[in-house]
Design a protein around this ligand. Structure first.
Ligand SMILES: O=C(O)CCC(=O)C(=O)O
Length: 350
């Protein structure tokens, strides 16, 4: 019998089997033998190109990746190797702190702005996920940084610096994505109100039977764009043309994906794509997604220039991000799009 522990990291090392609440039905398992491992299938862009004569063609390529894959990777993004190493280091150190120290931050309330938790939403989900996570609101930084863990001692400084830089990167990417849609460079960021930025530090302990469970099951991201940093342990998989494809981590690059709000703004030209995290029996894994989001009161809907009533009727009704966000957390991670209930009736039933 496994000893009940709030956090998976404190349970995982005591068991040599996956406890029953983590076991997925046989129809919903990672099925490793069917996962494709094509290296480099997600385009990798050199962001130095945004500052030179090739800006226009790079923006076209980014737009094409958003349309075809919903995912792309970036290098030469302006975030130093040192900061990336430090961010991964303090994250790992945090999850290696004694249980009593980590539990100071524990909460099961998804609306809390700083919290350590486990799985996805322990209050609503049927099966648990092989993951612990520290979730931090990050913007405006001065409103939240005092809530963040103060141990390891450099955590706030390093993670604060990292958030400032990922925010800058998100803004550059949103400008490029706006332009790729034929919108004003500032359009998307302007549509997000004061906007928000959240970060999750995902910790996936080694798992004795990785074929029975997920770190995170297939889901689409609720926000605008996600900028994912991963350590060198593979685990991210993306659904492409009905097949799961493993994304091999490339050191010091970020993996960027389109979230549901960008799908809405683009009136479905760009797609928020299913992705998942699988675990392995050998090594712990850390991944750190930065979620760039609208403000809770921002009204989301298709950008008017992309929603003419003849060729491209608006697919979504307007809604506030807070309406959407509550729905996202309460229903648990599901492969069905959370956006369906915000579709205009005539398109939903079409
Ligand atoms: O761990 C990963 O690679 C994916 C993480 C993710 O999809 C998430 O936190 O929403």
């Amino acid at each position: 019998m496994a000893i009940a522990k709030p956090l998976l990291s404190d349970l995982a090392s005591t068991v040599n089997y996956v406890p029953s609440n983590y076991i997925r039905p046989s129809s919903d398992r990672p099925n490793f033998s069917e996962v494709q491992t094509s290296d480099g299938f997600i385009p990798l862009f050199d962001l130095q190109g945004l500052d030179g004569p090739d800006r226009f063609s790079l923006i076209q390529d980014i737009g094409k990746a958003c349309q075809d894959y919903g995912f792309f990777q970036v290098k030469n993004h302006g975030i130093s190797k040192k900061l990336i190493d430090e961010m991964l280091r303090v994250s790992k150190e945090f999850f290696h702190l004694p249980e009593s120290e980590r539990l100071k931050n524990y909460s099961e309330d998804p609306m809390k702005t700083t919290r350590l938790s486990t799985s996805f939403n322990v209050k609503t989900e049927k099966a648990s996920n092989w993951r612990d996570f520290l979730r931090l609101h990050c913007h405006p930084l001065e409103d939240y940084i005092q809530e963040w863990p103060s141990n390891p001692p450099s955590f706030r400084d390093v993670a604060g610096e990292y958030c400032r830089h990922t925010r800058g990167l998100a803004l550059r990417l949103l400008e490029a994505i706006s332009e790729s849609l034929g919108l004003q460079r500032e359009y998307i960021n302007g549509a997000l109100g004061k906007h928000g930025q959240h970060m999750a530090i995902n910790y996936y302990p080694p798992c004795p039977q990785p074929e029975l469970t997920y770190g995170l099951p297939g889901h689409k991201d609720p926000n605008v764009i996600t900028i994912l940093l991963q350590d060198d342990v593979p685990g991210l998989q993306v659904l492409q043309n009905g097949n799961w494809v493993a994304v091999k981590p490339i050191p010091y690059t970020f993996t960027v994906n389109i979230g549901d709000q960008l799908q809405v703004i683009s009136n479905d030209r760009y797609k928020s794509v299913l992705h998942r995290a699988v675990v392995n029996s050998m090594e712990e894994r850390i991944s750190i997604p930065t979620f760039y989001c609208p403000s809770p009161d921002a009204v989301m809907g298709p950008a008017p220039p992309l929603a003419d009533h003849h060729l491209h009727p608006p697919i979504y009704s307007n809604f506030t991000y807070s309406e959407y966000y509550k729905h996202f957390w309460n229903r648990g991670l599901a492969t069905e799009s959370c956006l369906d209930i915000f579709k205009k009736q005539e398109t939903y039933h079409a």
